[in-house]
Design a protein around this ligand. Structure first.
Ligand code: NAD
Ligand code: MG
Length: 417
């Protein structure tokens, strides 16, 4: 990427938590990054405030009727130049695929981000990937599209970004991240990769206590401030399960090379153990601006750094770091995700779809906390198929059928109570 020209960024899901952190990093480095395009779904007020400040050329909203609302708001708020405002799901793909865009920050939550992410891959963009569900659903399809079209997948998820930082420069000089072959290259000698998990708000809770967990309790993450869906995933540990699958695809790691370690302080984000017994880990305060800044700097020039206001780490002040094995009896979502990763085929897509439906139901008081994993287990049993989906249409069909099955499972559950 040229150093004398600001990197043109398309921020998809710009009104969320990752969106906030990304805009914070971009605003601190205006000479390096320019917000070319942004999507914000239905959060029009926040989108208008961002547009007034960053002046992107193009904006995407969810519905056609929102276009005029946003345009009017912007006229009174900011005046010219006005951005081009597009609407609908296809607008996300148009924004991502635009020739002048260098980097797509994929920060939409859930399967809604898949098509735009794939569109960016097919246009050979640099993709800063926060939207783990897109990769979990599509797996080899996404990796192959990146390889075929020369796209790069830079992990923004803190654990995966940490793994990237712990890999030998030699590995990355010849292969771009997301190429899917790093883990099984014997010359690199990667024995295993450990992703840490804070353990979530219910780390010490009994199953009985979790049964009546409220929405507020489930989204009250002890370390990270995040969107509601990923917060619930962190409470069930499904987030870590999705992250195992994400790491499997990003780095080409065999399921047996992947471990999870509970680490309540969230200071160590991941560890890479090598064949000679050495372990490299990445540490830092839990603040998404660090991995985002790392990915954005990497997109300009690998192995460079950007300044962020994240505080320096003082281990003497912290005093101790704690670690414990994950409890897959109390947190079966982790076991289910591992099963889906090992099963291959469409299983990860099914797991993700059922989880999205069940988490949404929980967040709308249509099911209890423990029904999330029960729903995922049932739908996985019914719909997992060992044949891997060969095209986007097949992924979307598995996704649709699993969502239907999950909704039906939850309806039956409500009828019984
Ligand atoms: P969030 O809920 O705060 O934001 C989600 C964004 O997606 C918003 O801009 C929202 O408007 C948009 N969106 C929601 N539904 C949409 C739809 N149907 N179509 C188009 N846009 C839609 O979520 P977040 O915490 O920022 O997480 C975003 C992604 O990043 C998730 O995949 C999450 O797993 C991942 N992630 C987040 C964090 C974090 O710290 N927040 C860390 C690692 C990974
Ligand atoms: Mg993470």
């Amino acid at each position: 990427m040229s150093a004398d020209r600001a990197l043109q960024v398309c921020l998809l899901g710009g009104t969320g938590s990752i969106g906030d952190s990304t805009l914070d990093v971009i605003a601190r480095h205006p000479e390096r990054f320019c917000l070319r395009a942004i999507s914000g779904y239905r959060n029009l007020e926040k989108l208008a405030a961002i547009c007034a400040r960053f002046k992107p050329a193009r904006v995407a909203v969810a519905h056609p009727e929102d276009v005029a609302v946003l345009a009017n708001d912007l006229k009174t708020r900011a005046g010219p130049p006005m951005p081009e405002i597009l609407s609908g799901a296809v607008a996300l793909e148009q924004l991502a695929a635009e020739p002048s865009v260098d980097l797509v920050m994929a920060a939409i939550v859930g399967g809604a981000g898949l098509s735009s992410c794939l569109a960016a891959a097919r246009e050979g963009k640099v993709i800063a990937l926060a939207n783990k569900e897109a990769l979990v659903m599509s797996g080899a399809l996404m990796i192959n599209a990146c390889q075929e079209h020369g796209a790069q997948l830079l992990p923004v998820d803190s654990e995966h970004n940490a793994v990237l930082q712990c890999l030998p420069a030699r590995a990355l000089a010849v292969r771009s991240p997301g190429c899917g072959r790093i883990g099984n290259d014997p010359a690199l000698g990667i024995r295993c990769v450990t992703l840490t998990a804070s353990g979530g708000p219910f780390r010490t809770w009994s199953r009985e206590a979790m049964r009546s967990a409220s929405i507020e309790q489930a989204v009250a993450h002890p370390r990270w401030k995040m969107g509601r869906k990923i917060s619930v995933d962190s409470a069930t540990l499904m987030n870590k399960g999705l992250e195992l699958i994400e790491a499997h695809w990003l780095f080409g790691l065999h399921p047996e090379q992947l471990r999870v370690l509970v680490h309540p302080q969230s200071i160590v984000h991941a560890l890479v153990q090598y064949d000679d017994g050495s372990v490299l880990a990445e540490l830092g305060h839990p603040d998404m601006r660090s991995p985002i800044a790392h990915a954005l700097a990497w997109a300009c020039e690998p192995a460079t750094r950007l300044h962020t206001p994240v505080a320096s780490l003082d281990l003497a002040v912290l005093g101790r770091l704690d670690f414990e094995a994950p409890d897959e009896i109390r947190f079966p979502a982790l076991r289910l995700a591992r099963q889906a990763m090992e099963a291959g085929g469409n299983a990860a897509c099914v797991l993700n779809a059922a989880n999205e439906v069940a988490v949404d139901a929980f967040l709308h008081q249509r099911c209890g906390f423990l029904q999330i994993e029960a729903c995922v287990e049932e739908v996985l049993q019914q719909h997992a198929d060992p044949a891997p989906p060969r095209e986007l249409a097949a992924v979307l069909e598995s996704d649709r059928r699993s969502r239907e099955a999950a909704a039906s499972f939850l309806r039956r559950g409500r009828a019984l109570h």
